[in-house]
Design a protein around this ligand. Structure first.
Ligand code: NAG
Ligand code: NAG
Ligand code: NAG
Ligand code: NAG
Ligand code: ZN
Ligand code: ZN
Length: 602
């Protein structure tokens, strides 16, 4: 979660006035365009321009739902206008880093997109990636920026974002179905977001990307004070919550641990290699000390510095390179896994290992496809050769009669996962559908799942991906984790249990009492199916279209019953959105969503 505001700001122009109901169109943007031209030319913000800017104020731009308010043509138009302004300034007028940084920070702050220090920090952290691209990419145009970052608006992509992977022909051979009684257990932990400075009784209504920080002033009243264990309102995890969670996970015997990414606190405006290294090292070392079974970690989008950005291996500049993170992970992951995975981790932050005969784990770095990964504008073609490697690795697994579990942080299907990457990934999943017997996501902080369908046989479910939800409550959710029961011969998922505690209740006792963890539900019990095979998860979707109360349950589970998350309830529109979210696995491909909505309405 938590997109960086850097680009958002460049495209601030897509903002609407809060008082209008109709969508903003290109014509509405004229005063802004005029003011902008003048500002970029003179470097001076006239009173009139300031007034115009303030009338477009819109905090937290580019969060969910913005498409309801913006006309896509206007969004794309203004995006290319602003980006081309900046490119021209730099290329033709040789404008300095400082000037561009000032302009960006000024616009971000004046538009109140974030608090001033957040604007300043994020611009400072990201500007060099832009300047590097402008300076080193001969034919760089705004298409490479707007076409990717704003893919939801279908802006012109020029010649970017169109490539394919070589996937072997043939079909996924059928494999045996689970039959025996024997199973083993996998623990999935996700999105811890460790906050070294978490401040109980700090300010929980802070107006910044993370609250409960020591430098955010006093809460305005007791109801706005941060809870002891953490806080629903943009609080991350204090260390003692992590210790408590891991203690609880160990009350059941597990065979493997999957950690699906995100270690770093949402204090996104002032990350550093040093502080990220410290947090990452502390958590991995704690995993190593706590579990006597292998732990399989993957990267979250927050592990990089600044967050979200994954430069390719040709970027050698120390200030921009990601080598530090790959080297750090290669060392720790090899220890946690108990096998040397450094070769591919150093290449692109991904790996594969076979923990027992017939079983293979693939750890992906799907963060490269996050549309806030600005390096996509420099090079978007299969970053790190990862998807080609995935296809090749699955082919070998198929040839060796192995079952595979895939771990990826950012799930496919959402508006911020690059379409072309999603499309190719999905093709790979389809080709190897029967080889893949488990698929695990993180990132959304929501307890949810995805169902993938056969593109040549659209009613046939061929895959299901389960989200590990999060340990951090960020936001509105109860901290949680999952135990999966896995068939010992086929490595299919038989069931999972979601464990959580009521954060409202735990905070009412504060430090005087440990949280009361409980099993929130098991998938098989809650939805009345046999196991977690795609065909069974597909049955759940059909049931939901018929028995809408199952969607009420799904909605509550999403937040693990977190009080502020569930309190608005889930009306018809919300239920339909839930169905569509489950069935959409490539952003922009609505076919399955429509199919289920038709069933819902019958
Ligand atoms: C840049 O564009 C020009 C004109 O379209 C083209 O001839 C040239 O090959 C391009 N250069 C690169 C590096 O793509
Ligand atoms: C998808 O459907 C096609 C056409 O019916 C079929 O040949 C293929 O085997 C199916 N894929 C899987 C994974 O079952
Ligand atoms: C392939 O693996 C399955 C278990 O998933 C096993 O039942 C079967 O005997 C194996 N086939 C071969 C040829 O090894
Ligand atoms: C969580 O605990 C609080 C305090 O006891 C209680 O008011 C609330 O109803 C509980 N939430 C749920 C979903 O049970
Ligand atoms: Zn996260
Ligand atoms: Zn994430």
């Amino acid at each position: 979660m938590a997109p960086s505001t850097f680009l958002s700001l460049l495209f601030f122009v897509t903002i609407f006035t809060l008082t209008t109901c109709k969508k903003v169109t290109i014509e509405d943007l004229e005063p802004l365009e005029t003011g902008l031209r003048e500002y970029f030319q003179t470097g001076q913000a006239t009173d009139e321009f300031l007034k115009t800017l303030h009338s477009y104020e819109f905090p937290y731009l580019f969060r969910d739902g913005m498409e309801k308010f913006y006309d896509s043509a206007a969004v794309c138009y203004m995006c290319s206008l602003v980006v081309d302004f900046v490119i021209n300034q730099r290329k033709n007028a040789g404008v300095s880093r400082e000037t561009i940084l000032d302009e960006a920070t000024f616009l971000c702050s004046e538009l109140k997109m974030e608090a001033a220090r957040v604007c300043k920090g994020q611009m400072e952290l990201n500007i060099d990636i832009f300047l590097y691209t402008i300076d080193n990419y001969p034919n760089f145009t705004s298409n490479r920026v707007c076409g990717g970052f704003l893919q939801g608006h279908n802006c012109d992509t020029g010649d970017a974002f169109e490539w394919t992977i070589n996937i072997p022909s043939g079909n996924s051979p059928e494999r045996p179905k689970p039959s025996g009684p024997d199973s083993f257990t996998i623990l999935q932990l996700s999105d811890i977001h460790y906050d070294p400075n978490y401040t109980p009784n700090g300010n929980a209504v802070c107006g910044e990307p993370v609250c409960c920080q020591p430098d955010q002033g006093e809460p305005s009243g007791p109801e706005n004070a941060c809870g002891y264990w953490t806080d629903y309102r943009l609080g991350d995890s204090p260390w003692y919550l992590i210790e408590e969670t891991i203690r609880q996970t160990k009350t059941q015997q597990v065979d493997y641990v999957y950690y699906t990414g995100d270690i770093i606190v949402h204090r996104t405006w002032e990350t550093s290699i040093e502080s990220n290294t410290e947090a990452i090292t502390k958590l991995y070392s704690y995993f190593k000390d706590s579990y006597d079974v292998p732990v399989y970690p993957i990267f979250g989008n927050h592990e990089s510095h600044p967050l979200n950005v994954w430069p390719n291996d040709k970027i050698l500049d120390d200030k921009l390179s990601i080598k530090w993170l790959f080297e750090l992970a290669a060392k720790h992951w090899s220890e946690l896994i108990g096998e040397d995975v450094s070769k591919t981790v150093l290449k692109g932050g991904y790996y594969t290992v076979s923990p027992r005969p017939g079983f293979r784990i693939i750890g992906m770095n799907s963060n490269v496809a996050y549309t806030d990964n600005w390096w996509l504008m420099y090079d978007d073609v299969d970053p790190y050769g990862q998807l080609q490697w995935l296809s090749d690795t699955l082919k070998k697994a198929e040839d060796n009669n192995e079952s595979v579990h895939i771990l990826t942080h950012v799930p496919t299907g959402c508006s911020y996962s690059l379409k072309v990457w999603n499309r190719e990934y999905r093709k790979i999943l389809e080709r190897f559908a029967n080889t893949i017997t488990g698929h695990f996501n993180g990132h959304t902080h929501r307890d949810e799942f995805l169902v993938y369908y056969n593109s040549s046989n659209p009613t046939q479910a061929i895959g299901a991906a389960f989200n590990g939800a999060s340990v951090t409550p960020y936001d509105l959710s109860n901290p949680s984790f999952k135990y999966y029961h896995v068939d010992e011969t086929t490595f299919n998922l038989l069931d999972y249990e979601e464990w959580a505690f009521n954060l409202t209740l735990a905070n009412s006792y504060g430090s005087s009492k440990l949280p009361e963890w409980y099993k929130l539900y098991s998938f098989v019990e809650a939805y009345g199916v046999d196991n977690l095979l795609p065909s069974e998860v597909d049955k759940v979707l059909y049931k939901m279209t018929d028995d809408h109360s199952l969607l009420d349950d799904y909605f509550k589970f999403k937040f693990r019953n977190g009080d502020p998350g569930i309190s608005p309830g889930c009306d018809d529109g919300c239920k339909k959105d839930l169905l569509c979210d489950i069935a959409t696995t490539v952003f922009g491909d609505d076919a399955q969503c429509k199919r289920f909505l038709d069933l819902y309405d019958q």
